[in-house]
Write a protein that binds this ligand. Structure first.
Ligand SMILES: Cc1cc2nc3c(=O)[nH]c(=O)nc-3n(C[C@H](O)[C@H](O)[C@H](O)COP(=O)(O)O)c2cc1C
Length: 177
């Protein structure tokens, strides 16, 4: 039997993940937020569309500095990710409060997150959709992988505190981009 799904819940079906942490540095303060509304837009240079709500402290930091880091946590960091996504950096040092370690990045002022298995340094490439949709188009200008984290499993958000963790990997013949 089919039931009508409230339109406000459609995102729980389509949210792609993985859940990431987006770090910024503004006026001498580093901050981070959880983010799952993002999408790849181009291979090379890699462009990533990211929705950052105007209500978030990170929004102003990203708009002003035009730089950030997309840090990708493995599932073991799930509890910290949820805490980061439920607190504002307006009046809290979330790195210290939730046991995450900021590291200097190479090309941007925003910090890497030491505990994450991948860190992508980004610059804002296009702001034309920001006023309308809070959609920033970011260009990844430097990417880091922590090779000590073997086969990390990522987190995928289904809304309201429900997450799916990556499962089995399957390999099929398919063209490379
Ligand atoms: C799993 C998860 C995913 C989230 N995804 C997004 C997102 O894609 N865009 C967004 O604006 N906020 C998202 N949030 C909410 C922000 O992380 C949250 O509002 C955060 O407190 C903002 O922090 P800030 O005020 O320090 O910037 C998400 C929260 C969680 C828990």
């Amino acid at each position: 039997m089919r039931r009508a799904l409230p339109l406000s819940e459609v995102y729980t079906l389509l949210e792609p993940g993985p859940v990431v942490l987006l770090t910024t540095a503004h006026r001498g303060r580093a901050n981070l937020m959880a983010m799952s509304w993002h999408m790849m837009m181009e291979f090379n240079p890699p462009l990533v569309g990211c929705l950052v709500s105007g209500a978030n402290h990170s929004f102003e930091a990203l708009r002003k500095t035009r730089e950030c880091v997309i840090a990708i946590p493995a599932a073991g960091l799930a509890k910290q990710v949820v805490k980061v996504g439920n607190a504002s950096g307006r009046d809290l040092d979330k790195f210290a409060a939730f046991g995450l370690t900021p590291l200097p990045a190479k090309k941007v002022a925003a910090p890497l997150v030491a505990e994450c298995f991948a860190n992508l340094e980004c610059r804002v490439a296009d702001t034309r959709f920001v006023n309308r949709y809070n959609l920033f188009v970011l260009e990844v200008v430097q990417a880091w992988i922590d090779s000590t984290q073997k086969k990390p499993k990522t987190l995928h958000h289904h809304g309201y505190g429900v997450f799916v963790v990556d499962g089995e990997t399957i390999r099929l013949k398919s063209g490379k981009p």
